[in-house]
Design a protein around this ligand. Structure first.
Ligand SMILES: [Zn+2]
Length: 318
């Protein structure tokens, strides 16, 4: 079922009736942006002070245990409305947007953030919301509520990466009747790209990849960000998985010589919401490249994973 009409109505009502959302979406229409070129890839910087709450979020266990979880219904403002989806998710307008339309899609229960048990949900969400890119931040890869399972979704066309991928050189790891999984290393950060005609094939490729990536014991899953979208015209599922090395960069912090940047899936997609004016003003292509290099696995780091795919791809297609 296409949820587009329900989401249209949700936005109309929330921007009209909820002052926080109305104000922040109005502010976004005048936001400062500039584009940096990193070889074949581009990065859009967006000066967005409201994102400070996400970039500066304390996500250590003690802080999480002592805060009221903002994704649990009992702590949410009465004005925040919900569209139920998939039996156990609530789709809500994100009141601190990076995108002209920005959704949070949280589980109704307070259960930890984890991707492998929800890859099918992510793909299904992509076809239910064909005007959006669905994204996932791992518990130590940009999620500001790692203790409450959730996705987010942003209007298509605002992150540069999906369009750039169409022309990028892809090294095939497995290629079958229902689609492929490949590896791209020419866009400034390493990523795996999946394109399939069936949800089942995309799920199988993604789960195999997650299985081959090293597990981060602190989070009980590989450190990853993921993007997922479905194209109405060719009816293909797309998923991009970014294997991460690090949660926050060594320059992370507030004040002089620090950058208040805690990159997640949207930054990996080439759209950087920067909450500090001084950071927004000084960032250069070389600095963004250094951040990608520090946070993301390189092709060298991933040699074993890539080899694992080559050795075992016939099982994936089986
Ligand atoms: Zn919660």
């Amino acid at each position: 079922m296409d949820y587009s009409k329900a989401i249209d109505r949700l936005f109309t009502r929330q921007l009209r009736d909820w002052d926080v959302a109305g104000r922040n979406y109005a502010a976004l229409s005048n936001v400062d942006t500039r584009v940096l070129q990193l070889g074949e890839a581009s990065v859009t910087l967006q000066y967005n002070p409201e994102r400070r709450r996400s970039s500066a979020a304390a996500i250590d266990k003690q802080s999480l245990d002592h805060r009221a979880c903002f994704l649990c219904s009992e702590h949410q403002p009465a004005k925040q409305k919900t569209v139920l989806w998939g039996g156990h998710y609530k789709i809500q307008v994100n009141p601190y947007p990076i995108f002209k339309r920005h959704l949070t899609i949280a589980d109704l229960r307070h259960v930890p953030q984890q991707l492998s048990c929800r890859v099918g949900d992510m793909l299904q969400l992509a076809s239910a919301l064909p005007d959006f890119v669905i994204f996932y931040n791992g518990p130590r890869c940009g999620a500001s509520a790692p203790d409450h399972a959730h996705f987010q979704a942003g209007a298509k066309g605002e992150m540069p990466l999906p369009a750039e991928l169409e022309h990028a050189t892809t090294h095939m790891l497995a290629d079958g009747d229902e689609g492929f999984i490949g590896y791209v290393d020419t866009l400034g950060r390493s990523l795996f790209t999946i394109e399939t005609s069936t949800q089942r094939a995309a799920e199988r490729y993604a789960l195999r990849l997650l299985d081959l990536l090293p597990t981060d014991e602190a989070a009980d899953e590989p450190m990853v960000n993921a993007l997922c979208w479905w194209n109405k015209t060719d009816r293909l599922w797309h998923m991009v998985i970014f294997p991460r090395l690090k949660h926050r960069p060594s320059c992370y912090g507030e004040g002089e010589n620090r950058l208040l940047l805690s990159p997640g899936a949207v930054d990996m997609g080439g759209l950087w919401a920067v909450p500090e004016r001084k950071d927004y003003d000084i960032l250069t292509p070389a600095m963004i490249q250094a951040l990608y290099d520090e946070l993301c696995m390189s092709r060298n780091d991933l040699t074993t994973v890539i080899r694992g795919f080559n050795q075992r791809w016939e099982h994936i297609l089986g």
